[in-house]
Design a protein around this ligand. Structure first.
Ligand code: NDP
Ligand code: MG
Length: 396
């Protein structure tokens, strides 16, 4: 590998994208932002181009690309502005790129993340939705493309750090009993389903420990995030859902744990700051400074643990059911969730109707096996249409 690593940041203008650029900013001798992508955040992209001078900037929205081109100052000419999905795949698989941060939100991240895997990059995977939708195909692409897959989701990064280096994909072969997947419980931990009917988007996105994009913040509040993460863990670590125990840990200091057969539990602790897993992924197997405040255990003083409440928060159950159904069902769960969260954020659906809508869509779906990517994309489209239809029928 080259001494300065070329990095493509997919979803550069988002929460993970900006944290990634902050780590890159601290190590100009090690990392270079080669390509940055966004959907339509022109102002942020302009600022990032001015600072990082990437070779490419992709705005998926053609009008945003045009606007960016018009506003680019003369010294931005070193950056080529591109648009559209093909450009996303191109910068994710470009031969000069060493690492790809996959940090687009939602199903839109699937194709460029797959392109990075197929072309043998080090893939820093934040976009958990791609694994949920197409886990078997994604893992196959990683293997066939000889890519390196490093989990960025803080829990999976913690599990990765707590696993033996030689991990080959079978828990029992390494004396591992189970994975303990921690969850903060979100802003509504301890509330009953009745308490939750009138919660607002502002309350739902105000996560107690983490600062994140709107969609994942709502997913954390419904516990769908933990459901998606459970599926993500099963694909990443080749294990069964029964081997993954969700543990609510409100302080978000332990980011997850691995329990071994000799009674040992290995955990990774740290601040709730995504720059830690991002820096870990970029530098692995080495370590680099990430700008993260060191942990003061006396300040934290106490760590609590409790089981998740699947009655008030049915999304975790729905995710388990989707994974058990297999095939296209996780893609359907994911797509219905994206439609429901979007409608909730636009105040067109109540918080408690999110799981109801997802469940209705899942009930109407006939599962298909997923040998082809097109089957996944078709199921995604079907689920979006079905969710929209159900919302217009106002059956929720
Ligand atoms: P944000 O909403 O903050 O950022 C999303 C990024 O994706 C933005 O750059 C956005 O561009 C871009 N984007 C949005 N829609 C599209 C589209 N249709 N096509 C191409 N690009 C698009 O999200 P987060 O950074 O919070 O999350 C990103 C991913 O990382 C998610 O999958 C999330 O689950 C995962 N993750 C996030 C964590 C966090 O702490 N935030 C923690 C663990 C995982 P624009 O700005 O132009 O809209
Ligand atoms: Mg997480």
């Amino acid at each position: 590998m080259a001494s300065i690593q070329n990095i493509t940041v997919l979803g550069a203008t988002g929460s993970i994208g900006q944290n990634t650029l902050d780590v890159i900013r601290r190590h100009p001798d090690k990392y270079r932002a080669f390509a940055l992508t966004a959907a339509r955040s022109v102002e942020q992209m302009l600022a990032d181009i001015a600072e990082f001078q990437p070779r490419y900037a992709v705005m998926v929205d053609p009008q945003a690309a045009q606007q960016l081109n018009n506003q680019l100052p003369p010294d931005g000419a070193a950056t080529e502005i591109l648009s559209g999905d093909e450009a996303l795949a191109m910068v994710a698989s470009h031969e000069e790129v060493d690492q790809v941060m996959a940090a687009i939100v939602g199903a839109a991240g699937l194709l460029p993340s797959l392109a990075a895997a197929q072309s043998g990059k080090r893939v820093l995977l934040a976009n958990k939705e791609s694994l949920v939708m197409a886990g078997p195909l994604f893992m196959q692409a990683v293997e066939q493309g000889k890519a390196e897959l490093l989990p960025i989701d803080s829990e999976h990064n913690a599990i990765f750090q707590s696993m033996p280096e030689s991990y080959t994909g079978e828990l029992s072969a390494h004396g591992i009993d189970k994975i303990l997947l921690t969850a903060s419980g979100g802003p509504f931990r301890g509330k009953s389903r009745d308490d939750l009917t009138a919660v607002t988007p502002e309350q739902a996105v105000a996560h107690p420990n983490w600062s994140m994009g709107a969609k994942i913040s709502v997913d954390s509040a419904t516990l769908m995030n933990k459901g998606l993460e459970l599926i993500e863990a099963c694909f990443l670590f080749h294990c069964l859902p029964e081997q993954v125990q969700v543990v609510v840990h409100p302080q978000s200091v332990i980011h997850s744990m691995v329990q071994y057969c000799d009674g040992s539990v290995i955990a990774q602790l740290g601040q709730p700051d995504m720059r830690t897993p991002i820096a870990y992924g970029l530098a692995w197997p080495e370590r680099v400074e990430a700008g993260v405040k060191s942990l003061d255990l006396f300040e934290i003083a106490q760590l609590d643990f409790m089981p998740p409440d699947e009655i008030s928060f049915p999304c975790l159950r729905l995710a388990k059911e989707a994974f058990a159904a297999g095939g296209t069902m996780p893609a359907v769960l994911n797509a219905a969730n994206e439609v429901a969260v979007d409608a909730f954020l636009r105040q067109e659906l109540s918080f408690t109707a999110i799981p109801d809508l997802i469940e209705q869509v899942m009930k109407r779906h006939a599962v298909q096996q997923i040998e082809q990517l097109q089957t996944v994309l078709d199921a995604d489209r079907w689920a979006r249409n079905c969710a929209q239809q159900l919302m217009t029928e106002e059956s929720l």
